[in-house]
Design a protein around this ligand. Sequence first.
Ligand code: NAD
Length: 497
Amino acid sequence: MAYIPHWINGKASDTKAERHGDVFDPATGLKTGEVGFATPAVLDTAVASAAKAFESWSHASLSKRTKILFAYRELVERHKLELARVLTAEHGKVLSDALGEVNRGLEVIEFACGIAQLMKGEFSENVSTDVDSYSIRQPLGVVAGITPFNFPVMVPMWMYPIALACGNTFILKPSEKDPSGANLAAEMLEKAGLPPGVFNVVHGDKVAVDAILAHPGIAAVSFVGSTPIARYIYETGTRNGKRVQALGGAKNHMVVLPDADMELAADSAVNAGYGSAGERCMAISALVAVGDAADRLVPKIRERIARLKVGPGAADGSEMGPLVTKEHHARVVGYVDKGVTEGARLVEDGRTLRVPGHDGGYFLGPCLFDAVTPEMTIYKDEIFGPVLSVVRAKSYDEAIKLINGSKYANGVAIFTNDGGAARKFQNEVEVGMVGINVPIPVPMAYYSFGGWKSSLFGDTHMHGREGVHFYTRGKVVTARWPDPKHGGVNLGFPEMK
Ligand code: NAD
């Protein structure tokens, strides 16, 4: 049975924690490990180590920081299959999808390798006679990241490569459901030459999170997870004087106009609805078919669902794995039941699926609802499972009104061959990330990731320039080198001459 310890001051803790959580293989339902849960005292040790490390790391040259990030990038590239296997074993997603996750995380490390360009300030010569002004950006100190189960490698990588590149030291509190990827990352950072204490992993549940939010030694918190917790993190963290960015849940819509390429739309709906068993924050869960689009689209989606291979993530040929936990499986099945009782038409029922030899696994086959209406629970709530709801809209105007009425606003997509309609949509839709004939519009590392409304609390998105902005604070220097002709005592407000 594996034991997953905290990683503090450059090494794994050698004592077992007083409290722990169980880790399962979602494909079998068997317990595979235990993860130590931090107490506030453990967090104190991590903060002390990170604060000590900050004294020198914040002064390490840009070249030194960059060299370590390049070395780390090479290690992740070399070991990505190993990382992906660990992801599949604890999360359940299929191996190709896990590899895709590592690759998207790598993009952020590569972006952070360019930090020397990103932290450049501005300089103005002679703002007054013989006076120069310039701006610099400096790290915040010890910063923390609290991350969800669904991207245990990539989401932390949205945060720490940039935070470290900017000169901060970092404490990661990963999801307790699939914690091992964080420790592998810590080992690789250490091998890449990162000094002890610069990157720490503190495992745990609400106790560890609350200790982070209350700790006076932590300057900023980045969070990704569900909306109620994101709101709690933002409110508590900011009340305690911290800088906070908290990304929340989602209910992503995909609009299909009658002129769209229906083959592309059907492929995209299936990929984005059922990939990773719907456990992606950018998954499509509401397909808004305009005019007669649904009549043509639904049969095409059903044909594709019939061919999908659901099975253990590590098995060759599996396209969709199990859900993450038994509890989550029960919750998603509960939503499907509710959809039926509330009157939606269940045209594909994944509840009957059995995976031979894996009766204990948390498998649910793809579910497709038609004739879903905005009042239904399956339309309003984030389900986070392989459940796609088709909502029929009479017009583009009805579709956009529906989307802009949602409290979630993470990602959205439109499928059409009409450039004018797509342009109108990108302008009018109140959502942070928009895809045009692209169902999962996750921005590249050099753009920023984030939604609007209840999908993000705070004002900065993750990675890209906004990430650098979040992990640094600005300083402006106004300088004059002594000159015998200076103006002497003058109590007036400084004016530039
Ligand atoms: P979650 O909110 O349950 O957990 C996220 C983190 O918060 C974990 O580290 C967990 O240990 C901690 N946590 C859980 N309950 C807590 C509590 N009561 N008090 C303090 N901390 C607590 O989310 P999850 O189930 O791990 O992940 C799925 C959710 O994350 C979905 O809602 C999904 O949409 C969202 N998500 C959003 C994005 C985005 O970019 N907006 C990305 C990925 C996932």
